[in-house]
Design a protein around this ligand. Structure first.
Ligand code: MCA
Ligand code: AMP
Length: 506
């Protein structure tokens, strides 16, 4: 039956024997095996009661099986909901309660801890283990390799990815089959991917970058990937001779520049280095070019929109810019308040419209409506301008967001946890320059008179509640937070006051 996204992958499949991925342990999966394994996994989902439109949540370590689970969801007509492996059980409880998935798939060691929150959300827990341990893999092994894909139309949902909210709780961005397929198609074309490409895949697969940009581009190009458990500079250098491309966050490039093995010679088989998810400093772009002769191609996207812009493959890759709108995506700069379009060179809100833009926030029609203009443009929350040559520059964020190592962190979530502690009056959480992660989380806290709470107590208290990457790396105590005449905390002043805390330590 027609299945919009998987049909597009099938239509581009190379011969079954061609390599799809090779892991860092040397395990390989061919395109033919992918078809069989994802079909068996789809059969296992159906046996476990998954119906079209059901959500299937997954908090699993990076593995080929996790990719098969994603493809199985697409084929079974389910909605894949990947979750950061760093999320605590408290964080997980919210996502499961909101998305009410039919199944929650976890690694075997997490089954016991996740079972209570899954139960509260009415979801059944399955493990993604090995064959022989009663996991989904066992059920899959009993299924026929041929699976009749469930019919799904272009606008049907393929995935929900949660993006933290600037106010309130995280919102589930609903991504359709057409959102994912259209973006993969245009990226393959823009970045000239072909069946001869070998991508180094060292990103996590619970976010847009690693799951859709990297994996779908490989599948849509019938290319191969070297599928690494995590980013490791030594491994990258040793893999370069076998690869043609790398996709990473700026921290990848910053760390690789510190490696003596990064040279023109060691990177000579690579045709494309792509950076995204956070701003790539011009100095990183320039240093990379000087060391390797390659100009990193920077692009810009969001969970809600997939990729919006890219520097050109041919033509100037301009440092400090995110390039030109992708084919099919309209991008404009508008007055943040009125939405009135602004002219070339003027700074305003970046707004986008196109087949890449999501279908709204899961069960939040008001929030969805508030983030779209009447003519269908999505308000990104990023501030930027378009220069005379049409290149888009991101100059700041209209949203209170920290990006550390490519992970988005919403200050409000951390402030709420800190403010709830005894002895704390209030707090402000800011991101300040960090030499490795781009931005480092800093908490500025006002204590109640006489309270003795210190940094250690704060860390101990929030440690169990928030994922490790959200934890402040610097904590300061002050008498008052700076406020404007409206009473709003002036985070710009705090960012200025603490701008050197990480540089000093580097
Ligand atoms: C790890 N830690 C972090 C981060 N990663 N802390 C803050 N921010 C982070 N990003 C913590 C670990 O828990 C650990 O804690 C300590 O830092 C040191 O870990 P380390 O070994 O240095 O980290 P790593 O494992 O090397 O990871 C760094 C990383 C990784 C490679 C940059 O964070 C990463 O792969 N980031 C990519 C994120 C990504 O895919 N973003 C795309 C989002 P302890 O102190 O306990 O040891 S999609 C998106 O943004 C849009 C759509 C887009 O445009 O792409
Ligand atoms: P996420 O919520 O994880 O989808 O993150 C999306 C946000 O990451 C965007 O709204 C931007 O603020 C930021 N972002 C992504 N790519 C870039 C880039 N190349 N330069 C600057 N910011 C970026």
């Amino acid at each position: 039956m027609p299945n919009f996204l998987f049909d597009a992958i099938r239509a581009r499949m190379p011969s079954p024997a061609r390599l799809l991925l090779e892991t860092d342990l040397g395990r390989t999966i061919s395109y033919g095996e992918m078809l069989e394994l994802s079909g068996q996994m789809a059969g296992a989902l159906v046996e476990r009661g998954v119906q079209p439109g059901d959500r299937v949540a997954a908090q699993v370590e990076k593995s080929p099986e996790a990719i098969m689970l994603y493809l199985a969801c697409v084929r079974a007509g389910a909605v894949f909901l990947p979750l950061n492996t760093a999320y605590t059980v408290a964080e997980l409880g919210y996502f499961l309660g909101d998305a009410t998935p039919r199944l929650v798939v976890v690694d075997p060691l997490k089954r016991e801890t996740v079972a209570p929150v899954a139960g509260q959300a009415g979801a059944r827990v399955e493990t993604l283990g090995r064959r022989g341990d009663g996991s989904l893999m066992d059920i899959a092994a009993r299924q026929p390799a041929a699976f009749a894909d469930v019919a799904r139309a272009a606008e049907d949902l393929a995935a929900i990815l949660y993006t933290s909210g600037t106010t309130g709780r995280s919102k589930g961005a609903m991504l359709s089959h057409a959102n994912l397929a259209s973006n993969a198609e245009v990226l393959v074309e823009t970045w000239r991917f072909t069946g001869d490409d070998v991508l180094i895949h060292a990103l996590p697969i619970f976010h847009t970058h690693g799951l859709f940009v990297a994996t779908n581009v490989v599948l849509f190009a019938a290319a191969a990937m070297l599928f690494e458990q995590k980013f490791d500079p030594d491994r990258m250098i040793s893999l370069f001779p076998r690869a043609t491309s790398l996709m990473g966050v700026p921290t990848f490039y910053v760390r690789l520049l510190q490696h003596a093995g990064l040279t023109q010679e060691s990177t000579k088989s690579i045709r494309l280095f792509v950076s995204g998810s956070a701003p790539l400093l011009s100095e990183t772009h320039v240093a990379w070019r000087a060391r390797t002769g390659h100009a990193i191609l920077e692009r810009y996207g969001m969970t809600e929109t997939n990729m919006n812009t890219s520097n050109p493959y041919e033509g100037e890759r301009r440092a400090g810019t995110v390039g030109l709108p992708l084919r099919g995506t309209d991008l404009r700069i508008a007055d943040p308040e009125s939405g009135a379009p602004l002219g070339r060179g003027e700074i305003g809100m970046i707004e986008v419209r196109g087949p890449n833009v999501f279908r709204g926030y899961w069960q939040m029609p008001e929030k969805t409506a508030a983030e779209f203009r009447p003519d269908g443009f999505f308000i990104t929350g990023d501030l930027g301008k378009i220069d005379v040559d049409g290149y888009v520059h991101i100059v700041g964020r209209g949203k209170d967001l920290i990006i550390a190592g490519g992970y988005n962190i919403y200050p409000k979530e951390i402030e709420s946890e800190i403010d709830a502690l005894p002895g704390v009056v209030e707090s402000a959480v800011i991101g300040v320059p960090h030499p490795d992660l781009g931005e480092g989380v800093t908490a500025v806290i006002v204590r109640s008179p006489g309270a003795a709470i210190g940094a250690e107590e704060v860390m101990a208290a929030i440690g169990e509640r928030l994922a490790r990457f959200k934890h402040p790396r610097h904590i300061a105590f002050v008498d008052d937070l700076p406020r404007n005449t409206m009473g709003k905390v002036q985070k710009n002043l705090l960012r200025e006051a603490y701008k050197d805390v990480f540089d000093r330590r580097a």
